[in-house]
Design a binder for this molecule. Structure first.
Ligand code: NDP
Length: 434
């Protein structure tokens, strides 16, 4: 198949760990199906789900089809073909036995093939089991006859120390070359296109600096609250869940200098360089919020979610202003804003020029394009270890301060624009409402 010619040479088995979970069902399998439909997974590819839950094959196939849309007969037919490639193995995350059974099944698939035998492991798992699964896979399921890839989902730690600890535990097992840390924002087409807008365009190139730009706002808004998944969210809060990773990744692409080439390592070098020019966020430059019930009373407040610990101060909204200390950006505020249970769903980069306002954004199939990058061994849209370190450096002090001082977030109604102080907050940094 011609579309597959830039992909890993030989045959590839994709193994989804945590295949019984939410991410696997909503994102990973729909993305794999998208790749199959578009000719990026050949009919010889095998996809193996692995998790502790006991399910037979038909239950598994039914489960992973739940979020796949089949608007017409042709797609229905392709889905049937795709499901034929999908198998399920149930086993534990901390004992060799399950992994050994998984390995045997993969070897069976590989038996009839003559080329390289590649294995892509997608960890759709909570971070508490990352290390034991990474160990179990390396020991029992690692391919010695082809390329191995490990895709890891956020969160990559809770702060700088825990992120380094996780890195230290994984590094002896999986090389940086083999590891792909997913930040699905980097898979969004518009984020990818930012590089082209910025660096292939004489007009933007000449005005992309403090002389023309007054401030930059990067905003992520969700209309839904935690809706019964508050237990997970409460451990992290909105800064760790969205700001420290997704919004900072966008910021680094908006603000970085021109890379020497568009190769993955050159791009990632520039992202790290700009992140290192950002001082840790100050409490004075931060606004925190937590949603309460909607004004009409129909939507519950965060603390009414039964999975949220009573009296939690966890922020569900945050605004923070970052300053980049370099020649290009000295004095330009980068205002990051994110929140749950707001009035609209959007991701937006708003660049306010000295006089003229403007905004850009869009979104298409981020998980699909990222898994394709893994199959092409392209690291550019994944987070490198030193990039992670630089990102945690910016947010760790403020996160510790918020936790230790038990800072109370401002209340805002479910479905509103956020805490009432948010307009004054952005105005303080020179943002003028158009
Ligand atoms: P889930 O809570 O659904 O967990 C996935 C699977 O892991 C479960 O089906 C379960 O499988 C197993 N599991 C759950 N809890 C534990 C535990 N305490 N110990 C061992 N195994 C456990 O998570 P998600 O699918 O939502 O997320 C997976 C990863 O992806 C997380 O790191 C998350 O932060 C990240 N992520 C998720 C997104 C989403 O939309 N859901 C979006 C972005 C990132 P079994 O019991 O069958 O083994």
């Amino acid at each position: 198949m011609s579309a597959t010619k830039n992909l890993l040479a030989g045959d590839t088995t994709i193994i989804v760990l945590g295949a019984s979970g939410d991410l696997a069902k909503k994102k990973t399998f729909p993305a794999l199906f998208g790749l199959y439909r578009n000719g990026f997974l050949s009919k010889d590819t095998h996809v193996v789900g692995y998790a502790r839950t006991k399910m037979d094959l038909s239950q598994f196939r039914q489960r992973i089809s739940q979020f796949i849309k089949t608007p017409h007969e042709e797609i229905k037919r392709q889905l049937v073909e795709f499901l034929e490639l999908c198998t399920y193995v149930s086993g534990s995350y901390d004992e060799d036995e399950g992994y050994q059974r998984l390995n045997k099944i993969i070897e069976e698939f590989e038996k009839d093939t003559s080329g390289d035998k590649n294995r892509v492991f997608y960890m759709a798992l909570p971070p508490s089991v990352f290390v034991s699964v990474a160990k179990g896979l390396k020991k029992n399921v690692y391919s010695t006859k082809g390329v191995n890839r490990l895709i890891v989902e956020k969160p990559f730690g809770m702060d700088l120390d825990s992120s380094r600890e996780l890195g230290k535990a994984l590094a002896p097992l999986w090389t940086e070359e083999e590891t792909y840390r997913i930040d699905h924002y980097l898979g969004k087409e518009m984020v990818k296109n930012l590089l082209i807008i910025r660096f292939a365009n004489v007009f933007f190139g000449s005005i992309w600096n403090r002389h023309s730009i007054a401030n930059i706002q990067i905003t992520f808004k969700e209309t839904i609250g935690t809706e019964g998944r508050g237990g997970y969210f409460d451990e992290f809060g909105i800064i760790r869940d969205v700001m420290q990773n997704h919004l900072l990744q966008i910021l680094s692409i908006v603000a970085m200098e021109r890379p020497v080439t568009l190769n993955a390592e050159d791009v990632r070098n520039e992202k790290v360089r700009v992140l290192r020019c950002i001082s840790p966020v100050k409490l004075d430059d931060t606004l925190l919020g937590q949603y309460v019930k909607s004004e009409d009373g129909s939507k519950p407040g965060y603390l009414e979610d039964e999975t949220v610990p009573k009296g939690s101060n966890c922020p569900t909204f945050a605004a923070a202003t970052l300053w980049i200390k370099n020649e290009r950006w000295e004095g330009v505020p980068f205002i990051l804003r994110c929140g749950k249970a707001l009035n609209e769903a959007k991701t937006e980069i708003r660049i306010q020029f000295q006089d003229v306002p403007g905004n850009i954004f869009n979104n298409t199939a981020p998980y699909e394009s990222l898994i394709l990058d893994v199959l092409k061994s392209d690291h550019s849209n994944f987070v490198r270890d030193d990039e992670l370190d630089a990102a945690w450096n910016i947010f760790t002090p403020i996160l510790h301060k918020i936790d230790q001082a038990k800072i109370k977030p401002q209340a805002y109604a479910y479905g509103s624009r956020g805490p009432s102080g948010v307009d004054d907050f952005v105005a303080r940094f020179g943002y003028k409402r158009p």
